[in-house]
Design a protein around this ligand. Structure first.
Ligand SMILES: [Zn+2]
Length: 84
């Protein structure tokens, strides 16, 4: 990817607008794309509880993997920067 492509990507990300945090499920969503939280508006309180428990378990489980992916992503970005 060229630097121009990278800038276009950045502009695209900015055009999507700021993300807001849902007060109910604490997840983030794009204000421009959704009037209501896409994660929990369709869930009842009970369903939301299970959803949040699942989220928490996923977070714990994928923490280590997440760090690995983040590192790989950074390395890829740096590599692409030098190759382009
Ligand atoms: Zn929500």
């Amino acid at each position: 990817m060229s630097i121009g492509g990278l800038l276009a990507k950045l502009a695209e990300m900015q055009a999507k607008g700021p993300s807001v945090q849902c007060e109910r499920c604490q997840l983030y969503y794009l204000e421009k794309q959704h009037d209501e939280c896409p994660h929990c508006t369709h869930l009842s309180d009970k369903e939301l509880y299970y959803f949040l428990v699942e989220q928490e378990q996923n977070r714990e489980g994928s923490k280590k993997i997440g760090y690995g992916f983040a590192l790989a992503a950074i390395l890829t970005a740096v590599l692409m920067f030098f190759i382009s």
